[in-house]
Write a protein that binds this ligand. Structure first.
Ligand code: ZN
Length: 216
């Protein structure tokens, strides 16, 4: 089992392209692929997915996260998303293209590019798995990202957001105790605690509030 098998494709609104000059911050490299020594550990009467050599910080939001290297060099894997850098962008409000802050210094609001606009007059938080894009890189993202071009891209700033879910692969135990992936890239709300013991998170989902359309 490797990182590459757990990463996801364009559902992430990823910046995948074979033509852009820049290597986006959230795109992984083949050399960052690592083995995932997955197992189940009995905790409180429940079998929890774990690494045989797990570290405490490999759990977050009550779920185990896909392990990956952080070298950022080598052969880039354009269609995929680097789990830890995607999560870091979400947690810290960083640009998925350059990895720097996506907060507008003038307004304190975060710049975001989404594949489509949220429904008009719908005040409900808008969920996304695509990290912010700083103002400087909005145009580059719109030009270079085929996934965005296929939709009707929506440029906006966001006043607030909170983590609300994960994209994850679910695992079970097969013949002879073999680890088996039973579902690939499912969206789990953070309160779906009954599924978390079997989940390996690959991307963080956040809910956006106070969304304003913008022009760059
Ligand atoms: Zn940027």
């Amino acid at each position: 089992m490797t990182f590459a098998q757990t990463a996801t494709e364009t559902i992430a609104e990823g910046h995948g392209t074979t033509t852009a000059l820049r290597k986006p911050y959230i795109t992984p490299y083949a050399e960052e692929t690592v083995e995932l020594p997955l197992t189940f550990e009995r905790v409180g009467g429940v079998d929890w997915l774990a690494y045989r050599d797990a570290l405490p910080d490999e759990w977050m939001f009550g779920v185990l996260w896909a392990r990956c290297g952080t070298a950022r060099n080598g052969t880039i894997l354009w269609p995929l998303v680097h789990t830890l850098r995607q999560r870091r962008c979400m947690l810290k409000g960083l640009c998925r293209v350059c990895g720097e802050s996506a907060t507008d210094p003038g307004t304190g609001r975060l710049w975001w590019v989404m594949r489509s606009a949220p429904p008009v007059d719908d005040p409900a938080p808008w969920q996304t798995v695509g990290p912010p894009t700083c103002r400087e890189h909005v145009t580059e993202a719109l030009t270079a990202c085929p996934h965005l071009r296929r939709g009707k891209p929506f440029v906006c700033t966001v006043g607030d957001y909170t983590p609300t879910g994960v994209l994850a692969n679910l695992y079970g135990c097969g013949d002879g105790g073999r680890m088996v992936e039973t579902r690939h890239q499912v969206m789990l709300d953070l309160d779906e605690t009954h599924l978390m013991p079997r989940a390996l998170a690959t991307q963080l989902i956040v809910s956006l509030r106070d969304i304003r359309p913008e022009i760059v």
